[in-house]
Unconditional design. Structure first.
Length: 81
């Protein structure tokens, strides 16, 4: 089943939730990149490495990334002008 681009976040989050317990027990602080079409994933210490590995195996992957054990993969600090 092919996932539509607008559904990547919903499907990616659902896939991650299914593997969350295992990931948090063994891969805390690492990045997991999931191909939402196939369910395949790559794990690395940074998002670029995980993404490049995924695209080597699946050039047409639609990817979703998670920072294992944290609520968001990126943090944007608030700035006051």
């Amino acid at each position: 089943m092919a996932v539509e681009r607008e559904d990547i976040a919903t499907v990616g989050q659902a896939m991650y939730e299914q593997m969350r317990a295992e990931m948090e027990a063994t891969q805390w602080g690492r990045v997991v990149v999931i191909d939402v079409n196939s369910g395949d994933y790559e794990i690395a210490d940074d998002d670029l490495t995980a993404t490049l590995r995924m695209f080597e195996r699946r050039p047409n992957a639609l990817t979703w990334g998670e920072l294992v054990g944290y609520p968001a993969i990126y943090y944007m600090p608030q700035r006051f002008i």
